[in-house]
Ligand binder design. Structure first.
Ligand code: G1P
Length: 177
């Protein structure tokens, strides 16, 4: 449990004693993600990539330029369809500072060396310890991937997104019989 609002990086660090020396997933509950195919959810897609590449992976999607200030935004080398090797990451940039329109969505697979990196990461945007900053350090030391997942995402942190998510689940996933 995170007792003080010191940022997502700090929140993840509080999980170290539970996670130990294992790769692990981070799910931000205000992002509802639904895979395009039943049985192939976003984390399953990312786990398959993890098994292949054995490095941290973040989920991304394209956003309009006027939305970059709400997200971590990446730049990367395109490895294959929808998969990027990260070269830069900026937390909540203004459109003119955004390195691309590829925004991080709240699904991460992280390797446990991220904990030591977080401990060395100074507070960034809004005075908080950002996982985005720690992941950029990890990307520079080795490899971090970004994956444009097959599916859709609802921002349940906004009223509009929450209503759309509710309607989507009711119409597509809820057994109305
Ligand atoms: C967090 C992350 C941000 C990411 C976003 C996804 O921001 O810091 O990099 O793009 O989640 O939802 P928050 O929405 O918690 O401010």
């Amino acid at each position: 449990r995170q007792h003080h609002m010191k940022g997502l990086g700090h929140a993840i660090l509080t999980g170290q004693t539970l996670v130990g020396d294992n790769p692990f997933a981070v799910l931000l509950a205000d992002d509802l993600c639904v895979g395009a195919e039943p049985g192939n959810g976003v984390l399953k897609q990312m786990s398959q990539l993890y098994n292949q590449f054995r490095c941290s992976i973040v989920a991304i999607q394209e956003v309009p330029a006027d939305q970059t200030h709400k997200y971590g935004v990446i730049a990367g080398e395109n490895m294959k369809d929808g998969l990027y090797r990260i070269t830069d990451m900026v937390e909540k940039p203004a459109p003119e500072d955004a390195p691309s329109n590829l925004a991080i969505i709240g699904r991460y697979i992280l390797t446990p060396d991220i904990f030591d990196i977080i401990k060395e990461t100074p507070p960034g945007k809004n005075g908080e310890v950002q996982i985005t900053d720690a992941l950029l350090t990890q990307a520079k030391k080795g490899c971090v991937l970004a994956y444009k997942f097959d599916g859709q995402r609802f921002d349940c942190g906004s009223v509009d997104g929450f209503v759309k998510a509710t309607n989507y689940v009711y119409e597509n996933m809820y057994d109305q019989g």
